[in-house]
Design a protein around this ligand. Structure first.
Ligand code: ADP
Ligand code: MG
Length: 248
């Protein structure tokens, strides 16, 4: 579904990504792991078109992103759901209006249809009857759920998550992991989950890709990935087996 080919992204004199190549397959959940500053968010921002590669190319359904016009990008973004690191809800809007945001921006659906979708998506993420609350009345885990409800409101074919469990305790993290898996099953979407949490990655992903200092260390199916003989991968696993949910 997505092909990343020899992509580099330079900021100033620093390569945030250095000649990275891999694919995201249709229908899979791919976790992109790596320590802080390894280039994960940069990769995500490239895939959703917020920034452009310094060199290399990204293909979506076989078409190079560099050729897309703004009008084509608008269309493409309707296929992409995005769950940001800090939920990024609008504090002055109700939960329901937050979920409806993309629909109001990008569609002409009648209000009653939008109300129906709000209810349906909030139920899907396990939060019935919260549409009239304000975001600041919700816990961190609930905000993440609302953020996911907003992402899936537009019926995307691919969902991008940036550190979906950052700032959450291990139990809430586990619940969000379950939710990501359930959403994938229910909607048959492709998911790209960026995380520094190895445990989360192994719980949710069909395949794992690891970045270190902007370089791709490895990409492999989850069970195979765990067995790869590489110091950087071993170090990552070691950090997590000693304390669940520890941050790197
Ligand atoms: P991660 O998400 O894995 O923590 P990032 O992709 O955010 O890593 O960052 C990778 C590297 O690129 C870091 O060294 C970061 O400081 C740098 N970087 C990211 N975005 C910018 C930017 N807009 N301007 C300058 N440097 C950036
Ligand atoms: Mg990041």
């Amino acid at each position: 579904m997505i092909k990343i080919k020899n992509v580099s992204k330079i900021f100033g004199d620093k390569a945030a990504l250095d000649n990275v190549s891999f694919d995201v397959k249709k229908g899979e959940t791919l976790a992109v792991i790596g320590g802080s500053g390894s280039g994960k968010s940069t990769l995500l921002r490239l895939m959703i078109g917020l920034i452009k590669p310094t060199s290399g190319e990204i293909y979506m359904d076989g078409e190079p992103l560099s050729d897309k016009t703004e009008a084509e990008w608008d269309k493409l973004r309707l296929k992409m759901g995005m769950v940001f690191q800090y939920s990024a809800l609008f504090d002055s809007m109700t939960v329901g209006e937050n979920v409806a945001f993309g629909l109001r921006e990008h569609t002409d659906l009648p209000n009653e249809e939008i109300e129906k979708i709000i209810k349906e998506k909030l139920e899907l993420v396990g939060l019935p009857n919260v549409e009239n609350l304000m975001p600041n009345e919700l816990s961190g885990g609930m905000k993440k759920r609302v953020s996911l409800a907003r992402a899936i409101a537009i019926n995307p074919s691919i969902i991008f998550y940036d550190e979906p469990s950052s700032g959450l305790d291990p139990i809430t993290t586990r619940k969000i992991d379950e939710l990501i898996k359930d959403t994938q099953k229910a909607l048959k979407v492709t998911s790209v989950v960026v995380t520094h949490d190895m445990l989360s990655a192994t719980r949710i992903a069909d395949r794992i890709a690891m970045l270190s200092e902007g370089k791709l260390v490895a990409v492999a199916p989850t069970e195979e990935f765990k067995k790869i003989e590489d110091e950087r991968i071993k170090a990552f696993f070691a950090a997590f087996s000693s304390s669940e949910g520890a941050s790197l």
